[in-house]
Design a protein around this ligand. Structure first.
Ligand code: BTN
Length: 268
């Protein structure tokens, strides 16, 4: 079970993490944070657990972690954002996580559209953002973050595509330190986000993105689309130059194609 003192002592934030709900095991920290958010829990509240029995990922997938080795938590935010800016929130989270991991480990992270953070080309962090609206404005968002810190191995297909900080750096990390570092980094970038200004976030994210100007495959509900990744659209979509012209996508999984005949595909 996490120690509240170790999570909160030395946490240099004003708001984020001040209200902290700790579980040993829970179905999903996102599901719990959504219930708390709907009943008015203050901005900055965090739900953290050692283990999730029904951890959820993007596109209806499951998120499975080895209990006691990873960081699994969800943060509630309440910025007054218009619907067209909400699609930019994952970039804020991914950039903040990447900055914190880099500071804590000295390793360089990569940001992969839409909201993965990679080390050495493999995913070490997944982000699940769930938003609730009142008319055209965001009422609250729950930001779920899963980071593989000291997990030593991954099963099946994940072995090819997933990593942990420990596997990447060949040493273990203090989960409390990484937690504090990420929460501080999130609060630091959040000042601008609250004011609707995503410039710094997007510049941090773009500087760690590796897909632009490359041929990519985007898979979306069983369909595969090929094109050159050009840029993010103003609302967070991915602009691809395809054989049908420029198209914008808002969901899916992207892989870089190493050569033009699609023979070898990078995974991550
Ligand atoms: C992804 O598919 O990449 C997103 C994974 C997000 C997992 C985190 S773990 C903490 C929080 N609670 C959940 O049920 N999911 C998110």
């Amino acid at each position: 079970m996490y120690s509240r003192t170790d999570l909160q002592n030395g946490l240099r934030t004003q708001v984020f993490g001040k209200n902290l709900v700790i579980y040993d095991s829970i179905d999903s920290t996102n599901s719990c944070a959504k219930i708390l958010a709907a009943s008015g829990t203050p901005e900055g509240s965090i739900v953290i657990a050692e283990n999730q029995t029904e951890g959820r990922g993007r596109l209806g997938r499951r998120w499975i972690s080895e209990p006691g080795t990873c960081l699994l938590f969800s943060l509630v935010i309440r910025p007054t954002l218009e619907i067209n800016k909400v699609g930019l929130l994952p970039f804020f989270v991914a950039a903040a996580v990447a900055i914190a991991i880099e500071k804590a480990t000295g390793m360089q992270c990569e940001c992969k559209w839409p909201n993965d953070v990679l080390l050495n080309g493999k995913k070490c962090c997944g982000i699940l953002l769930e938003s609730t609206f009142q008319h055209n404005l965001l009422e609250y968002a729950v930001i779920g973050i899963g980071i593989n810190i000291n997990q030593a191995s991954f099963d099946g297909d994940l072995e090819e595509t997933a990593t942990s900080l420990k596997l990447a750096a060949h040493k273990s990390f203090d989960r409390y330190e990484i937690f504090r570092s990420i929460v501080e980094s999130l609060e630091h970038l959040y000042g601008d986000i609250k004011a609707g200004d995503f410039k710094k976030t997007l510049s941090e994210w773009n500087s760690r993105a590796t897909i632009f100007d490359k041929q990519v495959e985007l898979s979306q509900s069983g369909e595969r689309i090929y094109g050159r990744a050009i840029a993010l659209s103003a609302d967070g979509g991915l602009i691809l130059e395809t054989s049908d012209g420029k198209r914008i996508f808002y969901a899916g999984d992207v892989t870089i194609i190493k050569n033009n005949n699609n023979a070898t595909i990078e995974t991550g």
